[in-house]
Design a protein around this ligand. Structure first.
Ligand SMILES: [Zn+2]
Length: 163
């Protein structure tokens, strides 16, 4: 998917999906950066965060929405009155801004999803290097950052406790 912004000092909205199957979570070796990440990408101008979430997982892993169950870590405050035009979105488990390169930053929301399949089939042009990681494997994995490692371990534990 094309960048929405590319310049220094500019911000994009992004979404990450930690997909869990059988006490393992999926990380994919990034196409350009020297890290492994969960399926993730820019929220395009015509997408809600949830639409972008499912699109990224479909494109990068070939796993479709009907194999996935989003497991929020907290519920929306149902005291809020929604107008008929408004739809409450599932709350992310993490919401942060991080620097990518050259001052280009991502405003990121992260979700946990339980998958009924571990069959991964990256789409055309996507990274073909991926692995389902156990908690023990994540604790000793060096080829990504601690933020992703801790989120990935959290995702496995969240699915274990909620299914
Ligand atoms: Zn970007």
């Amino acid at each position: 998917m094309p960048h929405i912004h590319t310049g220094a000092g500019e911000l994009d909205f992004t979404v990450c999906g930690y997909v869990v199957h059988d006490n393992k979570t999926l990380l994919i070796k990034h196409k350009y950066l020297p890290i492994w990440t969960p399926p993730s990408g820019h929220i395009e101008v015509n997408q809600t965060p949830i639409e972008a979430l499912y699109a990224e997982i479909r494109e990068e892993a070939g796993i479709y929405e009907d194999s996935l169950e989003l497991l929020p870590t907290q519920t929306q405050n149902d005291a809020f009155i929604r107008t008929p035009e408004a739809e409450a979105m599932p709350l992310p488990f993490d919401f942060e801004v991080h620097n990518v390169i050259d001052g280009h930053r991502h405003i990121n929301v992260s979700y946990v999803l339980k998958s009924s399949t571990n069959h991964v089939e990256p789409g055309e042009g996507e990274s073909n290097t991926f692995k389902w990681f156990t908690v023990d494997e994540l604790r000793t994995f060096k080829d990504t950052n601690n933020s992703i490692i801790s989120s990935a371990i959290f995702a496995i534990e969240h699915v274990r406790e909620n299914s």
